[in-house]
Design a protein. Structure first.
Length: 664
């Protein structure tokens, strides 16, 4: 399986924090790119030494290792080709195909319509059906040399689309390389099927010089890794090619039944003296160093007391760069990172920028990289991210529907399944239920919400579907009046309230689960990219519809509900009817010393009032007794309360309504 990943039983025995996976058959299509940065923006007036848009396939020659005796790739006759369509293998759903043998659309490169280089490992592997003992080894190289004699510093750039399989028994076998030859016959060797010494084997001897002639294209790739469509990549090849009168370029693929690699619009240009860039990593929580999940919708109560963003910077200019730093603009407030005194040629580092959202609303983070020298390619010095801060919801998603799961076209939407993104709990909080975005077309089905304790297995769900269940809602019939159309700008949420509030302590690690017990076309909306192993599905998504836990790189739109007045959404009338009473807006709001609460009853009723802080902690409860029909009011003393957001709840004969109260 190449799109969701089932937990290997062997990985559960030691409860290791390092998740292990085993390949099973196809289950899930769309998976978002791992790289969150935008493609590099190149200056239009850059002088190009050499270029090839793959419109003439005769400018390339193709080969593979099938004729090499006693090698793991012996007789594996897979080649690169020139193509205008994408991969045709059974697992091509990631590239927009239908997984039925027809080609996926070609890559979205600048000149993709006139051709690009393609190695379709997926198609070849499906046809041969070999096991992980066999390794593919194929390449495409320029047919004629490039003259770089007058260019001592040179960089190669190209547009590409790629996805990594590299899973199960084949872990470590999959690599994409650029290789350089100065004579067209001397190339880097390849002796290990798992390429553990690729850099050592990349050395080619020319006279008295030992030259590194191999560059790994995706050094950080791992299972499920996928680029943007396209990604624009740059490689400084000066050490191997700079100042050489004859240079040949080769793209080499080695791996076991992977997906596909597409390459187009290749250029060689003079490496600039001064060029730093934000390189493939920008995170609003500096996830790779803090371990904190990025959230599309933060609950204000869950923002850590110390929050930092992080971005990787890379010097692609041949001069050392001094005083390299990033300004992070957060809604007009600028935070500056620490400074790198000297960033050497081809060196990289991660800059950290502490910042602190304190109010509800939308936040835009703009990273602006700068250094002492004037940058010759400023287009890749800026990256923008965004998230929102809410009062009573906590979501990994950003409120934008990207895709859905399960798919409707293969019968999986008829099955029972669970969708579960994971959450860091940074501060004590009371959780009242889960909110889920369900797609249009659903018909009545039984559903419920749950919380799971992820610390029990180090974040890796065991085989048991209901491991670590902490609390759940009652099983109810799906509220099909509350569903969402594809591309909906405003999300309609179905609330599944827990049987009683759950008090989560700071440091807890929770899964927010939505379970459907089976019904026609019950699909959960999915949103933005999330890191491997941080969003899960349980269901029959493996080979022969094997039930198990599978992770996804799109986040299921299942949020934590922090609203003390949360009640399960059964149908439209239940949530819009006011049950004979009304709570009017507090005045003043924001409050300083005190505020006035006013309400109206259609008939005499028992009334109580509750005030909770942003963590859900009860700070005041008042039993107002039996109140007569008509208008009533009372004062709330706020002088002793800390500044911030509160929820005021009026309970009337077991019905309730809530409003926000701000205290200055």
């Amino acid at each position: 399986m190449k799109h969701l990943y089932i937990v290997a039983i062997a990985a559960l025995l030691g409860l290791s924090a390092q998740a292990q996976y085993m390949p099973v058959s196809v289950a899930k299509g769309d998976v978002a790119p791992r790289y969150k940065t935008e493609a590099n923006v190149l200056p239009p007036n850059r002088a190009t030494i050499w270029t090839d848009d793959i419109s003439d396939c005769s400018t390339w020659t193709f080969g593979n290792g099938s004729g090499q005796v006693n090698q793991p790739w012996t007789d594996i006759d897979l080649n690169f080709e020139c193509s205008t369509v994408g991969s045709s293998g059974f697992y091509n759903g990631w590239a927009g195909g239908d997984a039925d043998g027809t080609p996926a659309p070609g890559m979205n490169s600048t000149t993709g319509d006139n051709g690009f280089l393609l190695v379709d490992s997926d198609l070849y592997g499906a046809e041969v059906q070999y096991d992980a003992a066999y390794i593919e080894n194929s390449w495409a190289q320029t047919a004629q040399p490039i003259n770089l004699a007058d260019h001592p510093y040179v960089t190669m750039t190209f547009e590409t689309r790629y996805r990594c399989w590299d899973n199960g028994a084949s872990d470590g076998s999959e690599k994409c390389f650029i290789e350089i030859s100065r004579d067209g016959t001397s190339w880097p060797t390849l002796t290990s099927s798992y390429v553990e010494t690729w850099d050592q084997e990349g050395i080619v001897v020319y006279g008295e010089d030992s030259v590194q002639c191999r560059y790994e294209v995706f050094p950080e790739s791992e299972t499920g890794f996928q680029t943007d469509d396209p990604s624009v990549l740059d490689f400084d090849i000066s050490a191997a090619a700079g100042g050489q009168e004859t240079v040949w370029i080769r793209f080499r693929w080695v791996g076991t039944w992977g997906y596909a690699w597409e390459i187009d619009d290749i250029e060689v240009y003079d490496t600039p003296a001064n060029d730093v860039r934000i390189d493939n990593y920008a995170s609003s929580t500096n996830y790779l160093q803090t371990g904190w999940y990025e959230n599309g919708t933060w609950a204000l109560s869950q923002i850590p007391s110390y929050l930092e963003a992080g971005a990787k910077v890379y010097n692609v200019g041949y001069e050392d760069q001094t005083n390299v730093a990033i300004d992070l603009d957060v809604n007009g407030t600028v935070y500056t990172s620490d400074t790198i005194d000297v960033l050497a040629y081809q060196a990289n580092d991660t800059l950290r920028m502490p910042y602190q959202p304190t109010m509800l609303g939308d936040y835009t983070l703009t990273y602006q990289l700068f250094a002492d020298s004037t940058d010759e390619n400023p287009g890749n010095n800026t990256i923008t991210q965004s998230f929102s801060v809410a009062d009573l919801q906590y979501g990994r998603d950003n409120g934008e529907i990207v895709t859905v799961w399960p798919p409707a076209d293969d019968g999986l939407s008829l099955v029972d399944y669970m969708a579960m993104p994971l959450y860091d709990i940074h501060n004590d909080v009371t959780i009242y239920g889960v909110d889920v975005a369900v797609m249009d077309g659903a018909e009545p089905a039984e559903v419920r919400g749950m919380l799971m304790d992820m610390t029990l297995a180090g974040g890796l769900p065991p085989a048991d579907q209901y491991f670590g269940t902490l609390i759940e809602s009652e099983v109810v019939e799906l509220a099909t009046d509350y569903t969402n159309a594809a591309g909906a700008e405003e999300i309609t949420w179905i609330t599944l309230a827990f049987e009683e509030p759950y008090q989560a302590a700071a440091g807890a690690w929770l899964g927010a689960a939505f379970e459907s017990f089976g019904g026609y076309n019950v699909q959960t909306a999915e949103s933005q990219f999330v890191e491997d192993g941080t969003a899960w599905y349980y269901g029959p998504f493996g080979a022969n519809q094997t039930y198990g836990w599978y992770f996804s790189n799109n986040t299921p739109m299942v949020r934590l509900n922090l609203d003390p007045s949360a009640s399960t959404t059964l149908n439209v009338n239940d949530v819009t009817a006011m049950s004979g009473f009304e709570l009017f807006p507090a005045f003043p709001n924001p409050a300083v010393e005190e505020t006035r609460m006013q309400f109206r009853l259609d008939r005499a009723a028992e009334v109580t009032f509750e005030l909770r802080d942003i963590t859900g902690k009860l700070v005041e409860v008042r039993d107002l007794g039996t109140q007569p029909a008509g208008y009533s009011s009372f004062m709330v003393n706020t002088s002793a309360l800390s500044a911030g957001s509160y929820t005021a709840t009026l309970n009337v004969d077991n019905a309730r309504t809530t409003q926000k109260l701000m205290v200055k």
